[in-house]
Design a protein around this ligand. Structure first.
Ligand SMILES: NC(=O)c1ccc[n+]([C@@H]2O[C@H](COP(=O)([O-])OP(=O)(O)OC[C@H]3O[C@@H](n4cnc5c(N)ncnc54)[C@H](O)[C@@H]3O)[C@@H](O)[C@H]2O)c1
Length: 318
């Protein structure tokens, strides 16, 4: 960690990147934020706008137009580039596009001697986390994908709404792919330690209710994109949570796309699991007790991710 401050380099300043930058400036966590985007007009405009915002915060951040040289003394590199969400029909369509973006950017980050943590939201985030690890050559723990963090926030929200309580009092998790094969862990869902089932007595067919909630979690992004072209505020705050945990070495347990090496009976891929996040990135994966059905769903999710990774490999092998 740089002793004089906390330097963050953001690559990709579209909807997600600029919202993250705004949330980061408001948090006061970074002393310097350098923004890189192939669309220079956009990154310069964001820098100027964010400097105005920074002036009004309690702990101002120096926001500047970035270059890859800024990675030399960076404490964290955050990837928010990717295919425009307007083109999204299925996150899989993005694999080849995003893999090419990784090949364009990560070698430039590494050429500048970067050896820190890379945090990313680029979709499909589980597959792209593995691509970033392979292209960078960094240790597995140094790649932190946003994983099912947003899906988990959505799950918590639905349960809080159903029970009419504060989301902070809900404990619930979505495991696996940030995408179509995600697994909502009903077996571990609790409100202040009380099993969620006790609260669902009035919902009629409990199984149907659970299926509907999972469907809503998976579809929410598409609904938001239909209305305004992108989802960006939710993921921005998720990324700030990760940033805080990394820069302040908080050791917080966050749903992240982390590298599995046998945990949950799967290995050799990145996917959404509860992970201790600190200065060393994904420091430890926690294994919850999950039901047999959830384990089967998770295994299928991992198989789907392995299949999807083959599309990235086609680009990596070109
Ligand atoms: N993980 C999540 O939970 C989550 C949630 C929302 C969006 N996303 C993903 O975030 C990514 C960005 O979405 P968005 O809506 O901001 O897209 P966007 O099109 O608004 O922004 C992408 C930005 O990346 C820049 N860019 C493209 N190639 C680049 C390169 N080689 N180097 C530097 N910059 C480059 C573009 O110029 C653009 O400004 C997408 O992959 C999207 O699916 C993830």
């Amino acid at each position: 960690m740089n002793k004089l401050g906390r330097n963050v380099v953001l690559i990709g300043s579209g909807f997600v990147g600029s919202s993250y930058a705004y949330a980061l400036v408001n948090s006061g966590l970074a002393t310097k934020l350098s923004i890189i985007d192939i669309d220079e007009d956009k990154s310069i405009a964001d820098v100027n706008d964010l400097m105005d915002a920074s002036c009004k915060t309690e702990c101002p951040t120096l926001v500047k137009e970035g270059s890859y040289e800024d990675c030399k003394d960076a404490d964290l590199v955050v990837l928010c580039y990717g295919n425009s969400q307007k083109n999204l029909t299925n996150r899989l369509d993005d694999i080849k596009i995003a893999t090419r973006m990784v090949l364009d950017t990560i070698p430039k980050v590494m050429e500048n001697g970067y050896d820190g943590i890379i945090l990313l939201a680029t979709n499909p985030v589980d597959v792209i986390s593995k691509v970033v690890q392979e292209v960078s050559g960094l240790d597995h723990n140094k790649i932190v994908g946003s994983g099912t963090n947003l899906d988990t926030a959505r799950f918590i929200q639905y349960l809080a709404q159903e029970v009419s309580c504060n989301p902070k009092d809900v404990e619930a998790y979505v495991l696996g792919e940030h995408g179509n094969s995600s697994v909502a862990l009903w077996s571990n869902a609790r409100i202040k330690g009380i099993s969620i089932d006790k609260f669902l007595k009035n919902v009629g067919d409990g199984e149907k209710f659970k299926e509907d909630v999972l469907e809503k979690i998976r579809d929410k992004a598409f609904k938001i994109i239909k209305g305004k072209g992108a989802t960006h505020f939710g993921i921005a705050n998720c990324l700030v949570d990760f940033t805080r945990a990394i820069l302040l070495d908080e050791k917080r347990i966050i749903m992240a796309s982390a590298y599995l090496d046998g945990e949950y009976n799967n290995k050799g891929l990145y996917t959404g699991v509860p992970t201790v996040i600190g200065a060393n990135g994904c420091e430890k994966i926690l294994e919850m007790d999950i039901s047999k059905k959830e384990q089967e769903m998770f295994d299928n999710s991992c198989k789907a991710l392995e299949e999807n990774y083959k599309l990235a490999q086609e680009v990596l092998g070109e």
